[in-house]
Write a protein that binds this ligand. Sequence first.
Ligand SMILES: C[S@@+](CC[C@H](N)C(=O)[O-])C[C@H]1O[C@@H](n2cnc3c(N)ncnc32)[C@H](O)[C@@H]1O
Length: 378
Amino acid sequence: MQRDSGAPLFEFFAGGGLARLGLEPDFACVFANDIDPAKARAYRTAFDDAPMHQGDIWKLSAADLPGQAALAWASFPCQDLSLAGARRGLAAPRSGAFWGFHSLIEKLASENRAPDILALENVTGLLSSHGGADFAALVHALDDLGYRVGAMEIDAALFTPQSRQRLFIVAARNAPSALTVSGPAAPFHTPALRAVVARLPDSLRKRFVWWRLNAPPKRNTRLADLLDETSENWDAPEKTERLIAQMSPLQRARLDALRESGRREVGAVFRRIRIERGERVQRAEARFDGVAGCLRTPAGGSSRQILLFVEGDQVRSRLLSPREAARLMGTPDHYPLPEGQTAALHLFGDAVCVPVVRWLSQELLSPLAGAALARRIA
Ligand SMILES: C[S@@+](CC[C@H](N)C(=O)[O-])C[C@H]1O[C@@H](n2cnc3c(N)ncnc32)[C@H](O)[C@@H]1O
């Protein structure tokens, strides 16, 4: 079913609008919301039509939302679900913002203008939070609103050279059989997802849908292809030496072998605290597989990713630049970088990968919106 312009989109927890970047032109954003003034500013700079309403989702009312959306996207906060945090779950204030979203959808439903489709994105920790109880509560809540709910785990590394496994939950008022499969299928219905679905109460499990989503073509970019060659913020040699000294003996042997090969290689390094023989040791952990580690928000020195350039005997290091972070998220180079490194890295570390959203849109969300429109017209 063709439309003249994109199907109406509400973008919640919009951040810098990277979901929107992946959803256009299938969907056209008519409303966006984020609580953070810096994110709202970045959003308004990136999109001059600026349907951005800055503020707490709990303070929005149905009257703030124009008409009926085909799709409501919600990349809700992950801090209480992430394996790195205290995992207080969906009842905690930050990740609990999901309930603010849910309450708005409930109000829209009571006015007969619930979005046809909901797409939620979060860390995969949501699958195991409180032993699966948080995932079950979320599925239950959407199911109660009359949606058929399904989910997928997608690693951005299939699309862009960044390892970033995320959970995508898609709920639709109808699940056309052409867009579903009868049971879990690789690669996106992962063992962790199958396990948590198997533990859902019978009635919920029976209504859970396995969305049909094809795997994308093989990725043809590597970290080295996305480098900002104009970046000259090289670390002093002593700093690079200190970084190398923090590597494990095995990693250092690997680095020596790369040096001897004479090839130019670019590795991605994170510092992590490890417990070794009962002691806390700071380790520099490098990967040289052409893929960057998962971008994080800059919450301290160790959350900044470092690039290590090996060219024969010469080894140099520098921090990953904001433009490189943007590219690893699949954001085009005309996307304006927020002012200041920290703000930029915060925006991209928190965001959803554009090519993943685009794939999901092309393969599933847009066909679902087309089917919903066809039903409405019939
Ligand atoms: C995981 S980020 C989503 C980023 C966005 N999808 C993107 O790609 O840039 C979550 C966002 O939710 C926003 N947020 C957190 N609590 C909120 C609340 N109570 N109301 C509205 N937005 C909130 C944060 O400021 C943050 O930008």
